[in-house]
Design a binder for this molecule. Structure first.
Ligand SMILES: Nc1nc2c(ncn2[C@@H]2O[C@H](COP(=O)(O)OP(=O)(O)OP(=O)(O)O)[C@@H](O)[C@H]2O)c(=O)[nH]1
Ligand SMILES: [Mg+2]
Length: 446
């Protein structure tokens, strides 16, 4: 296969389906040759970079496929850093398909998922952190996710990583100089000062890993399991939270068996709520499987709504023993407060009247870890980046602890490990496999 930068690629950049306008784009060295065969306008001199021009796409037999607006961008001032062109055509999947076909027969190759962005990365238009932000921005479905992705795209997070990387390179250079020169030529390494510098870097990495607590929730969502004894109204609360009759509600206890998930947004946070089977002693095999799943959901979630029933004076021993041993943070909620009083220590709500739901939503938001607690907007939202930064942190922590016993060569080795972690994040030392994996998760045409 040709190297990615030698390929002139084409793809439909807009989603499948009919729309007012669709965009087909190409990028690469062969752009002008391909345009020469496929695009006709009143005067060829009208085609100038960044100037939309009206014309027609013609197939190899000279048949006009559509009237389009063509916008060209010349290297290096384009998204990919190469010569690119975008056809804004009429949004019919048939038309976009024919235009793509024509571009391919004129010499373009089909773009792989994320290949436009991969070219942008290889041409130095974006670093890997920014490239991942493009994907996060496309996937963003809440205000928080959009904001974090845009911050990441504008380079704030990359700047933090690069600062850390730069400091590590300086320390490594100092340690390596010591290795290269003898004791007579150079005074010994000042280990106290060296350790201090490492500890400063560690406070920086700690800020970032701390931001991931909230960042993970922005990217993956905050998971809340609705847990309670049978008939407490879990499914009714679930429906009220997602504003639809999504799950079955019935007066018969033991209605819900499977876990049912729905994603909702509260105050710009993406929240996944999970309806579960009521927890009790049972001889019913299927109900019992449901209860095991409910218990697993409770321990794997970020938060539990512990839902009790205002009309019941006591809780079953099975439920009480489970909930009192569960370590997931919880909000205690008493449902059906429209027909019975609730104990003073729990939040009274009614799935039927909506009473208490504003307070419930406030309590949920208050339980979500804050993402930009340092106020600097450098929020890490990617599991991949978090994992790689942990490698840097582990190496630096070990070095900081053991520095007194370490010779310069061992110190340099630890620093190289730390650098490998951060380089994996920024793309300086990222394996091709990891790169391909990252870009393969993009959509085609981006
Ligand atoms: N009065 C009143 N009844 C409610 C309220 N919430 C639920 N119910 C009733 O309580 C019964 C059980 O409701 P569900 O939502 O199915 O309860 P559940 O906890 O999901 O029950 P299981 O799935 O069987 O564990 C139904 O008859 C509901 O109409 C409420 O706020 N007020
Ligand atoms: Mg239910």
């Amino acid at each position: 296969m040709k190297s990615i930068n030698n390929r002139t690629i084409a793809a439909i950049a807009t989603p499948k389906g009919a729309g007012a306008i669709a965009v087909v784009r190409i990028s690469g060295e062969a752009r002008d040759a391909i345009l020469g065969k496929t695009f006709k306008t009143a005067k060829a001199s009208l085609i100038k970079p960044r100037r939309p021009v009206l014309g027609s796409v013609i197939d190899k037999d000279g048949t006009i496929l559509d009237n389009v607006i063509l916008t060209t961008f010349d290297a290096p001032n384009s998204y990919t850093g190469e010569n690119t062109a975008e056809f804004s055509c009429h949004g019919s999947p048939y038309i976009t398909g024919r235009i793509l076909e024509t571009l391919l027969s004129a010499g373009a190759e089909t773009a792989l998922p994320g290949e436009f962005t991969q070219k942008a990365f290889l041409n130095g238009k974006l670093d890997l952190v920014q490239a991942e932000a493009v994907s996060a921005l496309i996937a963003s479905d809440t205000e928080k996710a959009r904001h974090a992705a845009l911050q990441q795209l504008s380079g704030g997070l990359s700047a933090k990583y690069n600062e850390i990387r730069q400091k590590l390179i300086e320390l490594l250079a100092t340690a390596e100089t010591q290795i290269d020169f003898s004791e007579e030529e150079l005074p010994p390494l000042n280990k106290t000062a060296f350790k201090k510098s490492i500890d400063i870097i560690l406070t920086e990495t700690a800020k970032l890993t701390k931001s991931y607590k909230g960042g993970r929730i922005i990217s993956e969502g905050f998971r809340i399991a609705l847990i309670g004894p049978p008939n407490a109204g879990k499914s009714s609360i679930f429906n009220a939270l997602c504003n639809s009759e999504r799950v079955i509600v019935d007066e018969h206890p033991g209605t819900t068996r499977d876990l049912i998930e729905e994603t909702i947004s509260i105050d710009g946070y993406r929240i996944t709520i999970i309806d579960t089977a009521g927890i009790r002693e049972t001889d019913n095999r299927i109900e019992s499987i449901g209860i095991d799943r409910a218990k697993a959901a409770a321990s794997e979630s970020d938060l539990i709504l512990n839902i009790i029933d205002a009309t019941q004076t006591s809780t079953s021993a099975a439920y009480y023993s489970f909930i009192s041993n569960c370590t997931t943070p919880s909000i205690n909620v008493c449902n059906k407060c429209d027909i019975a009083d609730s104990p003073a220590t729990v939040l009274p709500i009614s799935a039927h009247t909506g009473k208490g739901f504003d307070a419930l939503k406030k309590a949920i938001v208050a339980a979500i870890p804050e993402a930009d607690s340092d106020g600097e907007h450098a929020i890490m939202t990617s599991a991949r980046q978090n994992e790689a930064l942990r490698k840097t942190e582990t190496a630096l922590k070990e070095l900081s602890d053991k520095i007194e016993q370490c010779g310069e060569e061992v110190i340099a080795q630890y620093l190289r490990e730390a650098l490998a972690g951060i380089g994996e994040i920024t793309g300086h030392t990222t394996d091709d496999d990891i790169l391909n994996h990252i870009f393969s998760n993009f959509c085609i045409g981006k």
